[in-house]
Write a protein that binds this ligand. Structure first.
Ligand code: UDP
Length: 437
């Protein structure tokens, strides 16, 4: 029996953002390029559909991408699918299996998944020019929605390289109904996926959001102090949902090894409880048990009032930022740490090597011991840590800010619409130089 809390999808309320505010961060050329790409798309009706408006990287990105789409003239909105706890338990299993966990997919699970999607689809009546459906939770909507207008794009944020064959086999026919699919890395594209177009788009962070905007040292010190963290002692920080793939237990083991060398060390682990992640509470408890009663391990969540500003402060005050994932589609937290000028040590998996140049902007690690060794190295050589962080910040500026994300989406929309976009000023100048008079 399906006990949907609210029938159909719910609109997400969005703040407004202005592209020109980003000019001081990315430069005027980038802004002009975005305006040029948006010109043929004025008034286009765009809908993003996802499974949660809070917690996790997808929600984080959409809170910036969609307001920016609106600001450049698109008529963009965001809706969240509804579903009961049983549905989100099934979709979390699906997420885990697609990341490589060995799990059964039973007929009852399939039924739960499909029923919830039907319940969302039957209320969907509007027409859009572009519908972007994020991740597996709402993937069947394309097949189930009666509307035939517009281009439908499936945006996969997951690393599918080790996907369980049964789960992927079940999902694939739904995905193949789309006009296009977006993946973070070429390696994530399954070979048997037959679809008209594939785009590779890395995720991005918003340099002006409360999580990433500049914060004074005094404010950062005050905020971490409010949570019992001593700003004058070193800290390791990992910001991640409490999830086995983020390896929170391994992070505690790393801290314990490093603390033998640096007795004043503190560990801050911040993990929000996403509404589509029923595993979160259970894994938080496991992490808490593993931390035992160490007063220098701080496990915090949105339930303690930790929001974007607090995450900003913890990252800014970190001696080293960790993202010791065992699987990671991208890992926005890596770019967030680098953007704060911190060296980041990340698991050598998924999208993390895309962001960390090993030995240049941080370190990529394959084990608890290696992670501890690299952390000790950075703590012993703070000047090296600062230089790495600074290089990391510049990498992020060029590759992983929201403006690049917007550019990639606008380019894809234009391609799907067959719009010929006028060449950029730089392209015209190059053309003028090579064309004989
Ligand atoms: N996040 C947060 N508070 C938390 C945990 C995570 O604000 O307690 C944010 C984090 O800063 C990042 C996003 O949620 O912006 C997580 O994205 P990521 O790609 O790292 O991982 P995902 O949760 O999507 O697997």
């Amino acid at each position: 029996m399906q006990d949907i809390r609210t029938p159909g999808m719910q609109n997400v309320v969005l703040s407004s953002k202005s592209l020109t505010d980003y000019a001081p961060v990315v430069g005027d050329d980038v802004i002009a390029e975005l305006e040029r790409l948006a010109k043929p798309l004025q008034g286009a009706r765009v809908l993003h559909i996802s499974s949660t408006a809070y917690g996790g990287g997808v929600a984080e990105m959409l809170h910036t991408l969609i307001p920016l789409m609106r600001n450049v003239g698109l008529n963009a909105e965001w809706r969240i699918i509804s579903g009961n706890d049983e549905f989100f338990t099934v979709t979390k299993s699906m997420h885990n299996a697609l990341q490589g966990m060995d799990l059964d997919l039973t007929p009852a699970m399939k039924a739960t998944y499909l029923h919830a999607n039907v319940d969302n689809a039957v209320y969907f009546e509007d027409d859009f020019d572009y519908v972007i459906v994020h991740d597996p939770q709402p993937a069947p909507l394309r097949m189930m929605c009666s509307t035939n207008s517009g281009k439908w794009i499936w945006r996969c944020h997951i690393d599918l390289t080790a996907a369980d064959a049964d789960y992927w086999g079940f999902l694939r026919p739904f995905v193949q109904m789309y006009d296009a699919a977006i993946f973070t890395l070429p390696d994530y594209v399954k070979r048997d996926l037959k679809i008209g177009k594939i785009a590779i788009i890395p995720p991005a962070i918003d340099p002006l959001s409360p999580k990433n905007a500049p914060m004074s040292n005094d404010d950062a010190r005050r905020i971490v102090g409010m949570y019992g963290i001593d700003p004058d002692r070193p800290s390791l920080v990992q910001v991640s949902r409490f999830d086995p793939w983020k390896d929170p237990l391994g992070v505690i083991d790393v801290y314990r090894i490093v603390r033998e060398q640096f007795p004043g060390l503190q560990l801050v682990m911040v993990g929000s409880m996403a509404s589509d992640d029923p595993e979160g509470m259970e894994y938080y408890q496991r992490t808490k048990d593993h931390a035992a009663d160490d007063p220098d391990i701080h496990l915090l969540s949105n339930l303690d009032g930790v929001g974007n500003v607090e995450v900003n402060a913890f990252q800014q005050m970190a001696t080293v930022v960790l993202q010791k994932s065992l699987r990671e589609g991208f890992g926005l937290t890596v770019s967030e740490g680098l953007w704060k000028g911190k060296p980041v040590i990340g698991g050598n998996v998924g999208g993390i090597p895309l962001q960390i140049q090993d030995g240049v902007t941080g370190y990529l690690v394959d084990s608890i011991e290696e992670c501890a060794r690299r952390t000790i190295e950075l703590m012993r050589h703070p000047e090296q840590a600062v230089a790495m962080g600074q290089r990391g910040r510049e990498e992020v500026r060029h590759k992983f800010l929201s403006t690049a994300n917007l550019r990639n989406y606008l380019t894809l929309f234009n391609e799907l619409a067959g719009n010929a976009v006028a060449p950029s000023q730089a392209e015209s100048q190059a053309h003028a130089l090579t064309t004989p008079a």
